[in-house]
Design a protein around this ligand. Structure first.
Ligand code: FAD
Length: 467
């Protein structure tokens, strides 16, 4: 039996190939806008800014290569979830959060539309998102979640019982699910590679192998020279703590994935999944999965959540994950689909996402310094990065006097401020305690026959500031 590849950035890169490297920054330079980070956020921002103002001189500085981070490693759920919506509702009112949600729904369509317009074939299939419950407690959370999403304007969301769920995907023990059309499955690397090519074709300069060591107003400092620009936009997500002065900004949280071998038609006949919905569950330490274009299952979950001292931001190991995490993800796979007990796991990998102290995604432009940033998407940045990019475009244009406020600049996540994470060892203790509590709560909910969410999980949510 062929063994599992562990690392190598991700299965998506093994599949689509690592791109030819672009030249590093050759020395000091100037630009109108300098973007730090070549993931979805940085590249979409370059794309929309250049489209809006073609004469802008835009430089992207990328530490490794475009798509090296979460954008080249994720689960390929392009969906309408945004971290922090419920808190934004509390802070700015329900209507403001409904506008944010509507903007996210539109963003799914925008990514699909723009990928097609730019001839980016990213295996996009809009089968919606299916979130399933397999315990009584999960079912009651699912019903509550479903009602809340409808209250935020998703009138087209559908609640399924056990039989209808099985009609979509036959998952062992599933008792219900909630389905929304606002989601699509995609190949993350095909998207990020296509985007980098499109951005370059528009005339944006991309320098790879160019780590920015410090960001100051109007300066992005690298070992090869400094780029001076009126606007410096930080799009570094889970790697942000490696930047000078940002050690306790966003916490680099790990997420790990496995990809099976391509499954034969006989197994798919048993499983169903013809709609190729992205698939998730209502566990506290939740899983996410997709059926890939070449008929594998790619499935992810938390694994070891966080490494002491925010180390994941600096020592990445090309996406290697722990053997215990691979075993845990395989156990999730076979809990969902027991008939897959013997299938080969071709690839396992991990990546980092950015988690702000209040778990709320943000997009900001400080008009007094010209420094901007977007991120803190937690686990839902594939679509959110696109909304953030269009918002950064509008904020820069507004600041430069080229336009006024827009619908996007009025959204409640714009210019949101958040406090820093606690120093170590509190940060490590807190995150590990949180996920230990979630895992215990999930185990207890599996055996308890109560519809109540386990008290430990509720407590953990409250203490962590997640809800
Ligand atoms: C395993 C995993 C699964 C996920 N699954 C999903 C999913 O299915 N759906 C979803 O919505 N979200 C998912 N996410 C989250 C999503 O992938 C991210 O939110 C999104 O890709 C963030 O894009 P980004 O461009 O902001 O950050 P990144 O993609 O991380 O890009 C940041 C870039 O900045 C570069 N960089 C960092 N520091 C510097 C520096 N100092 N100088 C220069 N360059 C620098 C990095 O090399 C990197 O290329 C997942 C994340 C992971 C890790």
């Amino acid at each position: 039996m062929t063994s599992t590849i562990n690392g190598g950035i991700s299965f998506w890169y093994a599949d689509a190939g690592i791109p030819a490297p672009r030249e590093p920054l050759p020395g000091d330079a100037s630009a109108d806008v300098c973007i730090v980070g070549g993931g979805y956020t940085g590249l979409w921002t370059a794309y929309y800014l250049k489209k809006a103002v073609p004469f802008l001189n835009i430089t992207v500085l990328e530490a490794a290569f475009c798509g090296y981070g979460a954008s080249g490693r994720n689960g390929g759920w392009l969906y309408n979830g945004i971290a922090g919506r419920d808190r934004y509702a509390r802070l700015h009112g329900h209507d403001a959060a409904v506008r944010l949600q509507q903007a996210m729904n539109d963003t799914v369509t925008e990514v699909i539309r723009t990928a097609a317009a730019e001839h980016i074939d990213a295996d996009i299939h809009q089968g919606g998102v299916l979130e399933v419950a397999y315990t009584p407690a999960q079912l009651s959370r699912l019903r509550n979640f479903h009602a809340v999403e409808i209250a935020f304007g998703e009138k087209d969301r559908v609640l399924h019982g056990a039989r209808e769920t099985a009609g979509r995907i036959r998952i062992a023990g599933a008792v219900g699910s909630s389905w929304t059309p606002h989601g699509a499955r995609l190949h993350p690397v095909k998207l990020v590679k296509g985007l980098a090519t499109a951005v370059e074709a528009l005339g944006v300069t991309i320098h790879e192998s160019t780590p920015v060591t410090e960001i100051r107003p109007k300066h992005a400092v690298t070992p090869y020279g400094t780029v001076r620009a009126p606007y410096i936009l930080r799009c570094t997500e889970g790697f942000t703590p490696a930047l000078k002065g940002h050690k306790r900004s966003w916490l680099p949280m790990n997420s790990s994935m496995i990809a099976t071998e391509p499954l034969p038609a006989a197994l798919w006949d048993q499983i169903g999944w013809e709609g190729r919905e992205t698939l998730g569950d209502m566990a506290h330490a939740y899983m996410y999965a997709q059926r890939t274009a070449d008929d594998r299952i790619a499935l992810g979950g938390r694994g070891v959540p966080y490494r002491y001292g925010s180390r994941a931001a600096t020592t990445d190991n090309a996406g290697r994950t722990q053997p215990a995490t691979i075993d845990a993800l395989r156990a999730v796979l076979t809990r969902f689909f027991p008939q897959l007990a013997g299938v080969r796991i071709d690839h396992a990998w991990s990546g980092v996402l950015g988690v702000p102290r209040d778990w709320c995604a943000t997009v900001t432009l400080d008009r007094s310094t010209g420094l901007g940033w977007a991120g803190g998407y937690v686990g839902s940045g594939v679509a959110t990065a696109n909304l953030a990019a269009r918002t950064l475009r509008d904020l820069v244009q507004q600041d430069a006097g080229q336009s006024g406020p827009t619908d996007l600049t009025a959204l409640p996540w714009v210019n949101h401020k958040v406090r820093k994470w606690e120093p170590e060892p509190l940060r490590w203790l807190g995150v590990h305690a949180l996920y230990a509590a979630y895992r215990t709560a999930d185990r207890r909910e599996l055996t308890a026959h109560t519809t109540h969410t386990d008290r430990l999980a509720t407590l953990a949510d409250k203490i962590s500031g997640r809800h």
